[in-house]
Design a protein around this ligand. Structure first.
Ligand code: PNS
Length: 165
């Protein structure tokens, strides 16, 4: 049986920290399904199709991955996809409580799905989609923190907005 993991998230947008986790995850798993949560109730900057496109372009040279969307419970999606692991990156102490809570709830919901954490690479420890969006919104330089396509898309989204406002 190939070892398949689900790497779930909002990916609004994908960052270099996410890409790093996916590439390192591929040393542990045969196949990774990058699963974007489709939650219309959660306000996002990018549409689902834009997020898929940015992931596809950013990961075009990476094999053994698939990009998909899901809604409802993550463990149900994992079971449906025959994945027995959920892959998550952990940045710092601030991530721990939320991740711990989520992993324990997921385990309670389905004991056959294991959550595997990888420590985020030191270079990406302070980055997140939210903080990158905030910097980009006010014209901050986010070069090197996101794949080039995301940098371009963010610039397009925020074009015309007042720099440093
Ligand atoms: O990138 P994010 O926003 O930190 O990802 C959060 C995500 C998508 C992993 C989480 O919200 C999720 O799994 N949502 C689906 C509903 C669910 O199963 N929640 C966890 C148990 S209640």
């Amino acid at each position: 049986m190939p070892r398949t993991a689900i790497y779930p998230g909002s990916f609004d947008p994908v960052t270099n920290g996410h890409i790093d986790i996916i590439k390192r995850g591929l040393t542990l798993f045969d196949h990774i399904i990058v699963a974007i949560l489709h939650n219309p109730a959660k306000k996002a900057l990018f549409s689902i199709s834009e997020r898929i496109e940015m992931l596809e372009i950013s990961l075009k040279d990476v094999g053994n991955i698939e990009i998909d969307t899901f809604n409802g419970l993550l463990v149900d999606y994992a079971a449906q996809r025959k994945a027995n692991a959920i892959l998550r990156g952990m940045r710092a102490v601030s991530d721990f409580e939320y991740e711990f809570q989520m992993a324990l709830m997921n385990r309670r919901l389905n004991r056959h799905v294991q959550t595997v954490f990888l420590m985020t690479g030191l270079r990406w420890i302070f980055t997140s989609s939210s903080i990158i969006k905030e910097a980009a919104q006010f014209g901050g330089n986010i070069n090197g923190m996101v794949p080039p396509v995301v940098n371009r898309k963010l610039a397009e989204k925020f074009a015309g907005r007042v720099k440093g406002a």
